[in-house]
Write a protein that binds this ligand. Structure first.
Ligand code: NDP
Ligand code: 8X3
Length: 259
């Protein structure tokens, strides 16, 4: 029987690439997000290309009732959940703590922290009952070291780091793997969302660098998910070649290359 993966935020970026990667390998894929048309388009594409079962669930991870109802509906459609990828998330704005936009702060905290908690709270008992499963949380280099004006976004990703460690401890007796994947700068819709649709500012973020691509993260998720049963990656940080962490990065042109 095909294994099942549930991915939050599969309408774009990492989530979409992870859905494609696991569908290609024959998984039943449950894709979630708020943009219905994108969910439907991806479902059609994956079913047609890979002949796998695709379940779509349209909900907002910030809404507790919607999360509960979505997972209840999923339980009717699949009889086992092998992997949950808590990926849905965003940065909204950049600003100092004394002048930051409080609506942005609430949006990031509600999505990145509370949304991840709501999903985990619904799926973890299912995995506990199964006595197997794998929870993969998408953190960030921003959850390892803070950067200027990143305050609240960084705090949400530090929270993801703490919650991943805590979930690993809580799920330890049940044979459930828990992994944090912490990417550095990656070219998705992330910056477009952070800068509220300002395409030029978003594109500027990646000028002169060769950032990670969504497919790189999908390959890493596949690697983490396919290790032998006794092996669990707890914490994995990945950046492009020219980035060390949230603070230290250079442009491609600054890289010393032997002529
Ligand atoms: P994208 O903007 O491309 O994708 C974000 C996804 O999250 C979308 O599918 C979006 O779906 C979903 N999402 C956002 N808010 C909600 C919500 N309230 N309810 C349900 N789904 C939601 O960005 P990325 O792929 O880059 O981001 C994915 C994750 O990776 C995030 O957690 C981000 O913080 C993290 N990350 C990104 C990095 C980067 O540089 N790109 C680096 C490190 C971590 P929809 O709008 O349809 O709801
Ligand atoms: C996304 C990477 O550096 O923009 O988490 O915060 S960064």
């Amino acid at each position: 029987m095909a294994k099942t993966i549930v991915i939050t935020g599969a309408t774009s970026g990492f989530g979409k690439a992870i859905a494609e990667r696991f569908a290609k390998e024959g998984y039943t894929v449950c894709i979630t997000g708020r943009r219905e048309e994108r969910l439907q388009a991806l479902k059609e594409e994956l079913e047609k290309t890979y002949g796998v079962k695709v379940v779509t669930l349209k909900f907002d991870v910030r809404n507790r009732e919607q999360v509960t109802a979505a997972v209840a509906s999923l339980k009717e459609q699949v009889n086992h959940i092998d992997i949950l990828v808590n990926n849905a998330g965003l940065a909204s704005g950049l600003g100092t703590i004394d002048e930051g936009n409080i609506d942005d702060w609430e949006l990031m905290i509600d999505t990145n922290v509370k949304g991840l908690l709501y999903m985990t709270r619904q799926i973890a008992p299912i995995m506990r009952e199964q006595t197997n499963g794998h929870i993969i949380n998408i953190g960030s280099t921003a959850g390892k070291s803070v950067y200027k004006n990143g305050n609240v976004y960084c705090a949400t990703k530090f929270a993801v780091d703490a919650l991943t460690q805590a979930t690993r401890i809580d799920m330890l007796p049940y044979g459930i793997k828990v992994t944090a994947i912490n990417p550095g700068m990656a070219e998705t819709e992330f910056s477009l969302v952070r800068f509220k649709g300002d395409e030029e500012r978003a594109a500027n973020m990646y000028k002169g660098v060769r950032p990670l691509q969504a497919e790189d993260i999908a390959d890493i998720a596949w690697y983490c998910a396919t290790l032998p049963p006794h092996v669990c990656i707890n914490d994995l940080t990945v950046t492009c070649l020219t980035q060390v962490n949230s603070v230290y990065h250079i442009k491609e042109a600054e890289r010393i290359v032997k002529q």
